[in-house]
Design a protein around this ligand. Structure first.
Ligand code: AMP
Length: 404
């Protein structure tokens, strides 16, 4: 069955068409600048060139229509008709406490996702528009929602409660949720598989280091803690997000800079992290790495602060699980940036970890970095959130067919 995976942002839509049997990507693409003028769709069939067309996309429904057009196009298409698309999997950012696993979408599910809008005001409404567009254009196809937060719903209370008046949790559901759940689930599962072990018997720390970044503690197959919170702002220093800070900084800076709390939160999301810390040099680790090699002190300090924060979370989660068997790096930086992995690795001596430099020099592939026989296995596992969403979608469609 061909499964279309859709990831809607506020002004973008990413898609992949995946053959669920071979798990091959048949085509993928991106619609950009939806509703803000100058919109374009970039489409790439598996065995063809990337094609970009400037087309007007006033809303996400237009984008979905263009995606369907490209997928069935005579020249760049990969299916003859939309009938060859068996199901659609949607990445949904926030499922709150309502969703601890993926679900087949119906009106009740739509309403429940909408009720989580408050928790992700930029993302969830865009996700809902994406679903509505697909339902309008392909009314007979099953849509499945796969939540970024669902995998972390197993976190115990002690991990998800903030030290705030309890009424805020009761009234507004202010608590830690965590994100990147699809990736933490996929990578921890694959790590166990590669070691030929059952995930239920392992304590795994997954370091998802991309532009957005989070660490998770996966014990006996379940997420027991993760570094992002109510929103993706908490935890690690990221590309442009600050991660953990003293909350009093917000009012302090609002007063000094004469800005509102919302403007400050915007700065924390978009102008902080390694971009802010490097004094605006770059949010991209390739640029930062290059600058650090050229002796740029701000870039050096930024990378050190970044790796130190990751190492602190690894330490915290080792304590939380009373030990660790596997540490897995993933996402853009985790998969590709040997220097960052090495810098984090330098803090892991107390776990008896030593990494093999030749293995660490490899990029973007599944590899064990630690010495053989090492008590803790350090590895790189490329993440694949689209494939994970396609697998979930297939599982739910099959369950439904089987009347489960
Ligand atoms: P993601 O959000 O997972 O796409 O990750 C984006 C981050 O990964 C950016 O900071 C990139 O600089 C980093 N990244 C991607 N490829 C490389 C590479 N070959 N070397 C170093 N960093 C990379």
């Amino acid at each position: 069955m061909n499964i279309l995976v859709i990831n809607c942002g506020s002004s973008s839509l990413k898609y992949q068409l995946i053959d669920s049997e071979s798990e091959k990507v048949l085509a993928k693409g991106l619609c950009e600048r939806i509703g803000i003028g100058g919109s374009a769709i970039t489409h790439q069939p598996a065995d063809g060139e990337k094609v970009t067309s400037q087309v007007e996309m006033k809303e996400h429904t237009d984008a979905v229509r263009y995606v369907m057009e490209k997928l069935t196009d005579e020249k760049v298409g990969v299916v003859r008709s939309l009938d060859e698309i068996g199901a659609i999997g949607h990445r949904i950012v926030h499922g709150g406490e309502k969703f601890a696993s993926s679900v087949v979408i119906d009106d009740t599910v739509m309403k429940a996702i909408e009720e989580c809008n408050d928790l992700a005001p930029l993302h969830n409404p865009a996700n809902l528009i994406g679903i509505n567009s697909c339902r309008a254009i392909m009314p007979d196809v099953t849509n499945v929602a796969v939540f970024d937060t669902a995998f972390h719903q197993t976190m115990p209370k002690k991990a998800y409660l903030y030290g705030l008046p309890y009424a805020y949790y009761e009234k507004y559901k202010v608590r830690r949720y965590g994100f990147h759940g699809t990736s933490h689930d996929f990578v921890s599962r694959r790590a166990a598989e590669l070691l030929g072990k059952d995930r239920k018997d392992l304590k795994i720390i997954v370091c998802h280091l991309g532009n957005g970044a989070s660490v998770s503690a996966v014990k006996n197959g379940q997420s027991v803690d993760t570094s992002m919170g109510l929103t993706p702002l908490e935890g690690l220093i990221m590309g442009t997000r600050s991660g953990d800070l003293d909350p009093a900084i917000i009012s302090f800076l609002c007063e000094k800079e004469q800005i509102t709390a919302q403007e400050m939160v915007d700065i924390l999301n978009k102008k902080s992290g390694v971009l802010g810390l490097s004094d605006g040099l770059s949010s991209d680790f390739r640029d930062l790495g290059q600058a650090a090699e050229n002796g740029n002190q701000k870039a050096i300090d930024t990378l050190e602060a970044y790796a130190y924060r990751v190492a602190k979370y690894v330490g915290a989660y080792t304590a939380a699980m009373n030990g660790v068997d596997v540490i897995a790096f993933t996402a853009g930086i985790g998969e590709n940036n040997a220097r960052v992995r090495e810098m984090v690795g330098e803090y892991l001596g107390y776990l008896g970890v030593s990494m093999i430099p030749e293995k660490n020099a490899l990029r973007g592939e599944e590899v064990i970095l630690s010495e053989e026989g090492s008590k803790v296995t350090v590895m790189v596992i490329p993440t694949n959130e689209e494939l994970a969403i396609a697998r979930e979608t297939l599982r739910l469609v099959r369950d439904r067919e089987a009347g489960k």
